[in-house]
Design a protein around this ligand. Structure first.
Ligand code: HEC
Length: 127
């Protein structure tokens, strides 16, 4: 009788141990989300690399690659982190496009809907 109780307690203990071990693994998943690294610095409202960069590469890169015309180079804007650290340039771009200055008539014509989205995206990314 005594032995049997002992055995049950042992089984219970092992079960509790296993349950206890599996818990941190479960909750660990939610910690791997890309947002909220705690710094707040790189948390942009928009994904620069997928939403903005391809458009800039199409319509602005021909003149703003490398050294870049007018001191504006897209080379410094390769990643979300770089974009977040250069929000001043993003704001300047939004202003230049909104004001009709960029892209100039000599560049690739930018459709109105693409242009409107680009301005809104640049503002969202830099605000
Ligand atoms: C055909 C070449 C060309 C294209 C395409 C072009 N730019 Fe420019 N950009 C220039 C030149 C040249 C200057 C410098 C002279 C000037 O300020 O007018 C300039 C200047 C700028 C400036 C600085 C303006 C200021 O007021 O200080 C910004 C910002 C800019 N471009 C953004 C863009 C963006 C964003 C695009 C794409 C939507 C773009 N450019 C496409 C040639 C181009």
């Amino acid at each position: 009788m005594f032995r049997r109780t002992h055995c049950i307690l042992l089984t219970l203990g092992v079960a509790l141990f296993a349950w206890g071990c599996s818990k941190p693994a479960d909750s660990g998943d939610s910690g791997s989300k890309p947002t909220g690294d705690g710094s707040g610095k790189t948390a942009m409202k928009i994904d620069f690399e997928t939403e903005i960069k391809p458009v800039l590469q199409t319509y602005c890169m021909p003149c703003h690659g490398g050294a870049g015309k007018g001191g504006v180079s897209l080379d410094a804007l390769a990643t979300n982190d770089q974009a977040a650290a250069n929000s001043g340039i993003l704001q300047k771009m939004a202003g230049a496009i909104e004001g009709g200055k960029m892209p100039p008539a000599t560049g690739k014509p930018i459709p109105d809907d693409v242009k409107a989205k680009l301005i809104a995206d640049l503002k969202a990314a830099s605000s």
